[in-house]
Design a protein around this ligand. Structure first.
Ligand code: NAP
Length: 270
């Protein structure tokens, strides 16, 4: 049995460290490494993987959507998000799953931010799409998807309790006043990326609201710092990253794992 993470770029990925630590903790002598697979090279990769004993792999950019037509079966979230991050070989069939939504939900639950009735999601890229669709299908009454490019937000609002909205500070300020949970799925606040023009919308969130940022570099974005100053519950993207990896290993090994034990151990090695 051999496991990998594929993508381009991929050599910076934390997945080999996270999965390596979990496999060691479980006492399993299984190799998990990173392999550069460029856009267009997926069909050749499947051939190589089959010949070299790969029974599962994680996928990052640019493959999450390109994998869909190449797989034999898709799990519910992968089909719903139109994106795959975890692929397992079962009885000769390649099966695709997506653990980003489950990872987000587990992180929110652990942080005491879930369940939430009214959610404002910022962004409509890969991460925001997985989080918004997962929260909308897991019990939120209303999910607002606010994106700079409104048409992208409109495209992902495929459930009746999802509504696209614009990203300007006036719109966000109004929506946040009614929100139980604010989720940042944009790259704003990430090291080397831009910052929000204004964070005034944080000031209108109710006192019970939580603020989740999918970013984990830096530890505390300006958004989270502003929410913390207000005394709101905050959580960065590290627990999501960790839980999505634990869910992926559960798919690879086809057995449940102790998320609490694993996530404590992973935090110590990262
Ligand atoms: P992506 O697909 O490129 O999407 C980026 C999003 O950010 C889009 O909605 C984009 O809006 C928005 N954006 C970028 N620059 C902006 C600006 N100047 N003003 C307003 N909006 C802007 O990226 P992604 O893969 O979804 O990743 C987004 C973030 O989530 C990254 O920081 C990544 O590190 C993090 N992430 C975390 C995890 C985790 O496990 N914690 C997992 C995946 C991703 P437009 O549509 O208008 O371009």
């Amino acid at each position: 049995m051999r496991l990998q993470v594929i993508g381009d770029p991929v050599l910076h990925s934390l997945s080999p460290r996270i999965h390596g630590a979990m496999l060691k903790e479980l006492g399993m002598d299984i190799l998990y490494n990173a392999r550069v697979v460029k856009k267009g090279e997926l069909p050749a990769y499947f051939g190589w993987a089959s010949e070299n004993g790969v029974t599962g792999f994680n996928a990052t950019m640019p493959h999450k959507e390109d994998l869909l037509p190449l797989l034999d079966e898709l799990g519910e979230d992968a089909a719903r998000f139109g994106a795959v991050n975890t692929v397992c070989l079962r009885e000769g069939k390649w099966i695709g799953n997506n653990t980003d939504g489950e990872g987000c939900l587990a992180a929110l639950t652990e942080a005491g931010m879930w369940p939430a009735k009214t959610v404002v999601v910022l962004g409509a890229g890969g991460a925001a799409k997985a989080m918004a669709l997962k929260l909308a299908s897991a019990g939120a009454e209303q999910v607002w998807v606010c994106n700079r490019t409104l048409s992208k937000a409109e495209r992902i609002c495929s459930l009746p309790n999802m509504t696209a909205a614009s990203f300007d500070v006036e719109a966000l300020t109004k929506l946040c006043a009614e929100a139980d949970l604010l989720v940042n799925g944009t790259s704003l606040g990430m090291e080397g990326q831009g910052q929000f023009d204004s964070l005034a919308f944080v000031d209108t969130l109710p006192a019970h609201a939580g603020v989740f940022d999918a970013i984990y570099h830096p530890d505390k974005t300006h958004l989270l710092a502003r929410a913390e100053e207000r005394g709101l519950k905050i959580c960065n993207g590290l627990p999501m990253l960790i839980h999505q990896a634990i869910f992926a290993l559960e798919y690879f090994l086809d057995r449940p794992l102790d998320h609490k034990r694993m996530s404590q151990m992973i935090k110590e090695v990262l």
